[in-house]
Design a binder for this molecule. Structure first.
Ligand code: ADP
Length: 153
């Protein structure tokens, strides 16, 4: 069984995240979307809301499960027997950061491989940070979010 964890804050999930997930589906038997929940970090949306949106978006997709987790991503992978971590790359800034995390993760748990998918050009400017800024300032974020979220925006 090829199980991949797609870890992130998903605060909120965007079309950038869902594109990576849909493109990764043929590569794995199961993808666990793992929502990081760190008590010391302040999130814009609650863990319940972030989870509910993701569950709605992927309700029909049998290969996908959604879980919240705390602590080290590699520890979570070990607990659920996942050997792969999935991440998206938008830019060289993402690359430099992701390279270090990936190298440290495989130093912590040898055998865990991080698989990177490069974002589509039209999604590479999209981030949850920018979405939160637009929401705070009253802009329309619906073009950047999956249709299942539109009722909330
Ligand atoms: P984190 O807080 O761990 O960076 P995010 O929710 O911001 O979590 O991102 C989770 C993953 O999704 C990361 O690998 C990130 O690079 C990727 N990602 C986010 N937005 C996009 C996008 N527009 N295109 C491709 N990948 C993306």
């Amino acid at each position: 069984m090829k199980v991949a964890v797609f870890p992130g804050s998903f605060d909120p999930i965007t079309n950038g995240h869902t594109d990576i997930i849909f493109r990764a589906l043929p590569l794995f038997d199961e993808i666990v979307i793992a929502i990081g929940n760190n008590h010391e970090k302040k999130y814009f949306f609650s863990i319940e809301k972030r989870k509910q949106w993701i569950e709605n978006i992927f309700a029909a997709e049998k290969k996908i499960t959604v879980k919240a987790y705390e602590g080290l991503t590699v520890r979570f992978c070990t607990e659920i027997n996942a050997s792969f971590i999935l991440r998206g790359l938008r830019s060289c800034v993402d690359f430099e950061y992701e390279k270090s995390i990936s190298q440290m993760n495989s130093a912590l748990v040898p055998g865990i491989e991080t698989i990177f998918l490069v974002s589509k050009p039209y999604l590479s400017a999209l981030s949850s940070t920018i979405i939160r800024d637009i929401i705070r300032n009253g802009g329309d974020v619906s073009p950047f979010l999956p249709p299942q979220m539109h009722a909330d925006f």
